[in-house]
Unconditional design. Sequence first.
Length: 364
Amino acid sequence: MTSLDITPTLDQIKALPKALLHDHLDGGLRPQTIIEIADEIGYEKLPTKDPEKLAAWFEESCNSGSLVRYLETFDHTIAVMQRREDLVRVARECVIDLARDGVVYAEVRGAPELFTTQGLSIDKVVEATLEGYRQGMELAQSEGHEIRVESILCALRQNHRDRDAAKAVVKYRDKGVVGFDIAGPEDGYPPTNQLQTFEYLRRENAHFTIHAGEAYGLPSIWEAIQYCGAERLGHGVRIIDDIDFSGEQPVLGRLAAYVRDRRIPLEICPTSNLQTGAAKTIAEHPIGKLSDLRFRVTVNTDNRLMSRTSMTHEMNQLVRAFNWTLKDLQRVTVNAMKSAFIPFEERLAIIEDVVKPGIAKVAG
């Protein structure tokens, strides 16, 4: 038994260096920030102006099982992210909150098109967000936290503005934007609708991930990988549907085997998946079996406000549900860094100089 074979406490988990690949900027605001900006801009639709009650309302709405209530939560966050200064603030606070949770590397995504209703251009949105991340990294460093945050630009499947976001990915690729993503409803909006955009990104040697296999299932995953060329799968948990557990040993179908053999990363967001119906409890979540079968599993937050979660909370739940040890947490963290959209040597440096020494220090 090595020092990494111990079951970590909550305090030990909080102290671990963490890597995060799937976190939405408009799903991670501080409740107090929403209230303050709403007051400044005269936004009157918030259900309450009490920060604690507002946090509870977001979580309850997302747990309600009502898609209407779930989508309403984003109406509020998007409404307070229409001015440049507000985007800078939200991005800055996002970085600080992640750093205080032990995150040392994060790729935070947002759909620029959502923040243009009051006159900002796509470019202005991207630049404001990057400025916020830069300020956040400086402030985090002043608090004693080293963190690197990069940006992924999303397009919404249903809005047909994917080429705008893709062009911005290429334009800002050396200034803090590392990749592209499509989000929004899977059912009725297959990733092949954006096939020309993915072909453009591949011609430009640009990285992209695709939300697939969160709610819809195997056809979405298959299209994302085999037609569109996704390097990572946003969620991807429904790959479990292509594995037969009826015998003594699990038998992988052709798609599941392909995903595992190619080491295609799964950006799994456990708490969020409970809210969208991928599993009823953490103990029943596919991540346990997928990790045991050595898929390239990563652990993520998705929407920290809506799920009232953090990386520490996600990891703690998995430790309690599946008896994960420090070794398991190191594996998913290294998986995330291996899968990051930054240059190889920079990924390796974070693994060898930050992640592994940091976890060894916690292990004692």
